[in-house]
Design a protein around this ligand. Structure first.
Ligand code: NAP
Length: 330
């Protein structure tokens, strides 16, 4: 009987992104051979992930023949993982990157019979109101009807997205809460746990042709609870500034007419709508039947907790301050 060797080559698209880098690392850790085409040379990336030049070819993702030539170069790919996303969140860029560029990958993967496509999406596409969500959702639909085996992973908020106020609080400022700070909840997920989950989706029968809404180990936290954790870790008494979420909505409404004459203003209005969405919608599984977010139905993944993540940032900052002070006296 002919020997059948399963290829360990995986095409990773968006490898230079925040999650993409973690996925590239986990692929290497788990014995896969990631092929990470980039849009321009990035020597730091190659060094950080320890990839050979052969694993980081340059391509032009908007050019079909360029995409084609990469697939032709690696005919033994066992899967594609796509982590690309618009870096700006602007309207045109979201449709271009999250939809069109992903379509270029999908059509080429199909042409080359790469029958396993893992897509990093976002949990917020469950209740789409924003252009980037519609762009992602439209691509999800195309993937689902492509005939290829797929897994769509919709994660909750990343740890890094919930760490933006640590420095403010360290500097004695108030933690900003939207409304009373209890309106939204999320089960944050660490970048590493998400990357491990994505890699485990490769040719995984139990996850094939599924959409998985995943979060970290929980429990689901409100914005106020996340603030409380930061104050506790910093040994400070909590101080909050309550910002009405409607401010974003009102500003977006005022700016919207200007969008008719300026793309820049159209994007500005969209960014305000994005801010309003995150201030008012939970990042948890949306149960359509009861029209409620459900913490219980948000699959828990990994072990990393937001407390430990916050602690590591605070300790790293303490160390940086100590190092600076040390230098002054050296
Ligand atoms: N932040 C959160 O809390 C959160 C939560 C759930 C889901 N998500 C979703 O997770 C996904 C990944 O997020 P991330 O933070 O890892 O994204 P990111 O750091 O912004 O990375 C985006 C990746 O896409 C590539 N890319 C963007 N525009 C491109 C273009 N025109 N041509 C070629 N490549 C392009 C970038 O390449 P370059 O390096 O060359 O620019 C980069 O590799 C997004 O879909 C996001 O919506 C985020």
């Amino acid at each position: 009987m002919e020997d059948f060797v399963i290829s360990k080559r995986v095409l990773l698209v968006g490898a230079t992104g925040y999650i993409g880098r973690h996925v590239a690392n986990i692929l290497v850790e788990q014995g896969y051979k990631p092929i990470c085409p980039l849009r321009s040379k990035d020597p730091k990336f190659a060094q950080q992930i320890k990839l050979s030049p052969e694993q980081i070819p340059i391509w032009d993702l908007k050019n079909k023949s360029s995409v084609n030539s990469i697939f032709a170069q690696y005919p033994d790919l066992c899967a594609v993982i796509s982590c690309i996303a618009s870096r700006t969140g602007g309207i045109r860029d979201s449709w271009f990157v999250d939809f069109e560029l992903n379509m270029n990958i999908l059509t080429t993967a199909k042409a080359y019979n790469i029958n396993n496509f893992v897509l990093l999406s976002a949990i917020c596409v469950q209740k789409p109101m924003l252009n980037f969500q519609w762009a992602k959702l439209t691509f999800e639909k195309k993937l689902q009807t492509s005939g290829l085996d797929y897994t769509i992973v919709r994660p909750t908020a990343f740890f890094k997205s919930l760490a933006g106020q640590i420095t403010r609080v360290q500097n004695g400022k108030k933690f900003i809460l939207f409304d009373d700070g209890n309106r939204t909840r999320t089960k944050p997920i660490s970048e590493r746990d998400l990357a491990i989950f994505l890699v485990q989706c490769i040719n995984n029968k139990s996850r094939t042709n599924k959409i998985l809404s995943i979060g970290g180990p929980g429990p689901a936290r409100t914005q106020k609870e996340l603030g409380d954790i930061i104050f506790k870790l910093l040994n400070k008494s909590p101080k909050y500034f309550h910002m009405p979420s409607n401010v974003f909505k009102i500003l977006a409404t005022l700016i919207t007419p200007l969008g008719l004459i300026s793309t820049k203003m159209r994007d500005k209005a969209e960014f305000l709508r994005i801010a309003y969405y995150y201030a008012t919608e939970s990042m948890l599984f949306w149960n359509k039947r009861i029209k409620q977010y459900s913490s219980e139905e948000t699959i828990e993944v990994g072990k990393d907790t937001i407390e430990v993540f916050y602690k590591s940032i605070i300790e790293r900052d303490h160390q940086l301050v100590k190092d600076k002070e040390q230098k002054l006296f050296d």
